[in-house]
Ligand binder design. Structure first.
Ligand code: CTP
Ligand code: MG
Length: 193
């Protein structure tokens, strides 16, 4: 009996698929970089003044001590600045004044999503820092996309194709794990996740 062979695409086609994949991953990282920097900077700089001012709701903190004004403002500023430099490099965030709105949505939206994530965690009775997989890694992405969808819908839909969004959803948790591990190795985090 003839053996059935798994058909692999010819080398030229494989090369084209590889180039397209690299392009999509590069686009995803480039477009999300202001939101990534916002999130990472909030964690890096941290702060002391809780946004919820210690207020409780149904026995649990509204947001918890992990969400501070300092983290919020330093995170947003760093993300916005990063986006500004990217925009000066290749104008990828739209024409003026659109790019200002896009960058504000990416940075403030990331922090909004992060805050919404903590709000959900506290309502589930999880203490500050307790892991909630998927929410921990993707809350800031959802916040950034939500705000972009509200304030810059045309830019959002023409730049975030379905493939780019899928790649963001796949690579963000991986990048999150990697940065947390680096933070742990540098002694800035107590747990490597
Ligand atoms: N951070 C901050 N202000 C923010 C967001 C983050 O100061 N608005 C800092 C806090 O020091 C926080 C750290 O970044 O501990 C990591 O952020 P995150 O993982 O979102 O907070 P957690 O401490 O894990 O708290 P939560 O359970 O609410 O997610
Ligand atoms: Mg956390």
């Amino acid at each position: 009996m003839p053996k059935s062979r798994v058909r692999t695409p010819p080398p030229a086609l494989r090369f084209i698929i590889m180039i397209i994949s690299i392009t999509i991953v590069g686009t995803a990282i480039w477009l999300m970089l202001p939101a990534y920097i916002t999130n990472a900077s909030a964690a890096f700089f941290g702060g002391k003044t809780p946004i919820d001012r210690g207020v409780h709701l149904c026995g649990n903190r509204l947001l918890g001590d992990g969400k501070t004004y300092e983290g919020l403002f330093k995170g947003c500023s760093a993300g916005f600045l990063c986006g500004l430099l990217q925009h000066l490099y290749n104008g990828s965030f739209g024409s003026y004044p659109r790019f200002v709105i896009v960058l504000l949505a990416l940075s403030a939206g990331a922090m909004l999503g992060d805050i919404m994530g903590s709000f959900v965690k506290r309502r589930l009775g999880l203490r500050r820092g307790a892991p909630l997989p998927v929410v921990d890694q993707l809350d800031f992405v959802c916040g950034a996309w939500l705000l972009l969808f509200i304030v810059a819908r045309d830019w959002f839909s023409s730049n975030f194709s379905a493939e780019v969004m899928l790649v963001v959803i796949i690579i963000t948790p991986l990048l999150h794990l990697l940065t947390n591990f680096i933070g742990f190795k540098l002694g800035m985090k107590e747990v490597p996740w």
